[in-house]
Design a protein around this ligand. Sequence first.
Ligand code: SF4
Ligand code: SF4
Ligand code: SF4
Length: 313
Amino acid sequence: MSDSKKPVAEKPVTKKNRPAKKKPVVSLKKRQSQRRDFIRSSLLAVGFVSLSLAGLLPVVQGRSARLRPPGALKTTLDEQEFFAACIKCGQCVQVCPVNAIKLADLDEGVGIGVPYIDAREQACDFSCDGLQCVLACPTGALTHDLDYPADTRMGFARMDNPKTCLAAKGQGFKGQVRGPDFKGLLRYDEIDRWNPIAVADHPYDLELCDLCVRQCPIEIRIAQCAAQEEERAAAKQAGKQAGKLARVAEQHGNECPPKHAIKLQAIKGDDGLNRMLPVILDGCVGCGVCEMICPVEESPSIVVDIDKITDWT
Ligand code: SF4
Ligand code: SF4
Ligand code: SF4
């Protein structure tokens, strides 16, 4: 056998002589798709950070970001004290009979878990009577210095779009405010003093819309005070015993009557006719019921400003 025909012994493969791995050939189409995926994930990341910052910035700057429950330890321009005192326990959420209080979600930055009220969806109508959220708050983040709804300062109502106001157009309202699917609740004393019902279950038939005035809890309280005053005067005239008089007087408390919050005022309409327009008064506590009940669907004619209160200094 010649040398050329001898089998050549194969060299063992070592690190040194191992052939270099060929890079898999990536098609142009695949590379473009990978680039698109990368850009998409980058944009998503930027979007998420921006969203967080959107919630975070007002907090960092100390500004109010949301309508807060009654008694929140804040001024109109600074919520830092409230954020520091609130332990996000949700006790206020539990006790509210109309489920007005929500805990803020992820996009609130460091405000996550802090209670707020979305007045258009469900305002605080004080149907709990005794400011239950304030009483339930274990830290005083909702200050215990409040005695009555009229003492609260959540914000201040404002006519946002007088041109769409039904009263200003001389129009009434008939039917279910905010439609049959609206989940908002209100206490209607004449129906059930103790249990709020769905607004959708209480249709109206009004010649002239005055819903923001007639459902304002402060205005309702003023009417109750007037009724109590009449009862008191009648009891006195009838010479009823001192005990009864004292009980009626006690019901008055020092908040009865509170200052007026809102009224309809005569104006000259665009058409030159005499019209009525809601006007916000000093007694407004910013509870948001007017914003919730306003039947103008696209955007309510009346809203609550969170950076203003009646006696802001
Ligand atoms: S005051 Fe009463 S109705 Fe209003 S948010 Fe607090 S618990 Fe709810
Ligand atoms: S509830 Fe709305 S539409 Fe009706 S009077 Fe008040 S602001 Fe105008
Ligand atoms: S006028 Fe003020 S107090 Fe009355 S419902 Fe509106 S926000 Fe509440």
